[in-house]
Ligand binder design. Structure first.
Ligand SMILES: Nc1ncnc2c1ncn2[C@@H]1O[C@H](COP(=O)(O)OP(=O)(O)OP(=O)(O)O)[C@@H](O)[C@H]1O
Length: 366
């Protein structure tokens, strides 16, 4: 477990933030510009010294008496703009940290050169100079270089925000593939909810120098007390397991808390965990088992809460099964709410169009 607590003033800004993160998976620090995300990352790297305490697994990096110097902290840091050595090739950049990390080290590397090249698709670029790389390629090399320095903790500060939409779309699958492979904690600073939905397992929601909430990603996304649930475009990110592919039409069957879900596209290794994004506006509810409908997926769920969202709509938080499963939101009109007399505690049929679902690799904590 990583345990971090920092408190102090920087000019007119006060940081008073405490959170925990597991030793595996991606924990996203999320919040509006200026809320203190980068400052927290800098405190963790030891680049900013504020009062507090920081432990990473068994190791204490900062407390009242000790402050481990930045260069002695085994971290990889990936910034918004890749800062590669211009005079070295991609290979030279990758080997820079690796050679230093392996010098005098008796145990084998946690991640090797070939594996990094393979995971990040760097083989084709290996002899190029950084100036001949696209923005997305530069970020892949930066990430590769950070990983090869054999860090115990990877810090990523808005690693995709300097990229255009196409470059982002190209690089995200690489980040997703790393997710399952890496056995180290990643702290990701972002203010992009799409990145959070695709990459984060856990969320630390920050506002004005403080931690407003923290927990598993979907718990926060679907918490009616937090701003996500009421935001237009809100979605649940659920953990499901690949059950198989339908021989007749190629749809992929997932097991979602014991209920079947069909999706048009998904990684198809049976048994693999996937993250399933379900947008609140793609969910409709029925009191009776729907029949003769084009909707592919009908799930059982129980209504937990109903929250007004604007003048005409409401967001209903549902828990799958008889209320014990993962949560998802449904955004419906208040007119439908009244017509069906929906209320907390009621069991409903949840309808989700197969074509609106997307499943991607990398599991979230159920
Ligand atoms: N060394 C410093 N001296 C004075 N103020 C600082 C210092 N470092 C950060 N700040 C201020 O602290 C606040 C938080 O900055 P920080 O960069 O951590 O926010 P952020 O959430 O990462 O924002 P963004 O998403 O825009 O990068 C800002 O108001 C910033 O101007």
């Amino acid at each position: 477990m990583i345990e971090a607590r920092f408190r102090g003033a920087l000019g007119g800004f006060t940081l008073d933030a405490a959170f925990r993160a597991p030793m595996r998976g991606v924990t996203a620090l999320f919040g509006p510009s200026g809320c203190g995300k980068t400052t927290v990352l800098r405190c963790i790297a030891g680049l900013q010294k504020l009062d507090g305490r920081l432990s990473v697994g068994e190791a204490v990096w900062q407390d009242e008496r000790h402050f481990l110097a930045p260069h002695r902290r085994p971290i990889g840091y990936v910034f918004q703009e890749a800062s590669l050595f211009a005079h070295r090739s991609v290979r030279g950049n990758l080997l820079y940290g690796y050679d230093r990390a392996m010098r005098g080290r008796s145990e084998p590397p946690a991640i090797g050169f070939e594996e990094v090249c393979d995971l990040l698709g760097l083989d084709r670029l290996i002899d190029r100079a950084p100036r001949h790389l696209s923005g997305g390629e530069r970020q892949r090399v930066s990430l590769g270089r950070a990983l090869l320095s054999q860090p115990r903790l990877l810090l990523m500060d808005e690693p995709l925000s300097a990229l255009d939409a196409m470059a982002k779309a190209e690089i995200l699958p690489y980040f997703e593939r790393l997710h399952a492979r890496l056995n180290l904690p990643i702290l990701l600073v972002t203010h992009d909810i799409t990145e959070v939905e695709r990459l984060a397992d856990r969320l630390v929601l920050m506002r004005a120098g403080r931690v407003e909430a923290e927990g598993p990603l979907n718990d926060l996304l679907t918490d009616p007390a937090l701003p996500f649930a009421r935001t237009r475009g809100t979605a649940a990110v659920l953990s499901a397991r690949v059950a198989g592919r339908e021989a007749s039409d190629g749809l992929v069957r997932l097991d979602l808390d014991g209920q079947p879900v069909l999706v048009a596209a998904a990684p198809i290794h049976p048994g693999a965990l996937v993250r399933l994004r379900i947008a609140a506006s793609d969910v409709s509810l029925a009191l009776d088992q729907p029949s003769r409908s084009t909707i592919l997926n009908v799930l059982r769920a129980r209504i937990e809460t109903i929250t007004d969202a604007g003048e005409t709509e409401a967001v209903i938080t549902l828990a799958l099964g008889a209320g014990e499963g993962q949560r998802l939101p449904a955004r419906i009109t208040r007119r439908s709410l009244a017509a069906l007399q929906l209320a907390p505690g009621m069991d409903v049929y949840v309808q989700v169009k197969g074509a609106s679902l997307s499943a991607s690799p990398g599991a979230v904590e159920p």
